[in-house]
Design a protein around this ligand. Structure first.
Ligand code: MTE
Length: 301
């Protein structure tokens, strides 16, 4: 039996060895037209029909939001270089049968790390297309055996003002928190990423492990995660705590619901000059709309 690939999957191979990835990149860089805008087709991705081009690696790793390292877009790349992510542990708790402290290798089998090329839409109306390396979040959560009371999953970023200078200021309440409903967390699109562009995750992009939820605004994709909690109640989240009127719990990309201070109808892809239309659920409507069928997305924004 032939298993039909999901639309978001990279069809060439699920596991891209780093060497082959770079050989392919090299090939594309020398093949003229692909020099600046690397079309997806050489990756053999099913996204090729959407004619998306991958954001330049230099842009994606130097234009960042990571307030623990400052609020300027170029603060994280400068201030996070010495961030120590060795011997990283994740504390798991709440409504599950296997709580405890886990090392990354206990949660992620490096043999099944796969590459996924996703659109990424920030609430600030810019966007990127990024080749992530990681695993479906569901593969991690299933190992932790959530019980029937687990209706949400809550995440926290490291709190360490010595290493994270931005935490000495009260721009947000630290640690940074995020959360998903359990069906969103278990959705096959939701990813725990440990790398990008065929390499280990750069510190400024959320090393050593971060969430990637491509149909939601970028702030849901919490970086440098140190805790996972299964909860019965909807967990508090940093941006909602900071400005509830502006940032809801769901934060699904939705061109029909404007931010109170700006429109969400269009976005500028980093590296492009012209804006493009923002798509419902960031283009993943077919895959995720079913989870919100009974909800008024103007209320649950
Ligand atoms: N996670 C933490 N811990 N702190 C942050 O400030 N910023 C969020 C999200 N995750 C943020 C975070 C926002 S607003 C965005 S748009 C993305 O990270 C940016 O990810 P990138 O810098 O890798 O593009």
């Amino acid at each position: 039996m032939i298993k039909k690939k999901n639309r978001w999957e990279v069809s060439e191979t699920d596991v891209t060895p780093e060497k082959i990835y770079h050989q392919r990149r090299k090939f594309m860089q020398t093949s003229g037209a692909f020099c600046t805008t690397m079309l997806l087709s050489p990756w053999g991705s099913t996204w090729a029909s959407l004619n998306q081009s991958i954001t330049g690696e230099a842009d994606a790793t130097s234009y960042n939001n990571f307030y623990e390292f400052g609020t300027g877009k170029d603060d994280p790349v400068k201030s996070a270089q010495n961030f120590d992510t060795s011997d990283w542990k994740i504390m798991v708790g709440g409504e599950c049968d296997r709580p405890g402290e886990y090392a990354l290798e206990d949660l992620i089998d490096s043999n099944v790390v796969e590459e996924r090329i996703y659109r990424f839409r920030c609430v600030e109306a810019w966007s990127m297309v990024i080749p992530w390396l990681g695993v479906p979040l569901a593969s991690i959560l299933n190992k932790l055996a959530p019980n029937s009371r687990a209706r949400y999953v809550a995440f926290k970023t490291l709190h360490d003002p010595r290493q994270m200078p931005g935490q000495n200021r009260s721009t947000l309440q630290w640690p940074y928190r995020e959360g998903l409903r359990i069906d969103e967390a278990m959705h096959p699109l939701t990813m725990m990423a440990v790398g990008m562009y065929g390499k280990t995750m750069p510190n400024q992009n959320g090393a050593p492990i971060r969430l990637v939820v491509p149909w939601k605004y970028g702030f849901k994709s919490i970086k440098s995660i140190v805790s996972i909690d299964f909860t019965e109640q909807q967990p508090p989240t940093s941006w909602n705590m900071a400005a509830a009127r502006e940032y809801g719990f769901y934060s699904n990309v939705n061109p029909e619901v404007n931010h109170p201070r700006w429109s969400q109808k269009k976005e500028r892809r980093i590296g492009d000059i012209f804006k493009q239309k923002t798509l419902m659920f960031n283009g993943y409507e077919e895959e995720v709309a079913g989870m919100y069928e009974d909800m008024d997305l103007h209320i649950n924004f």
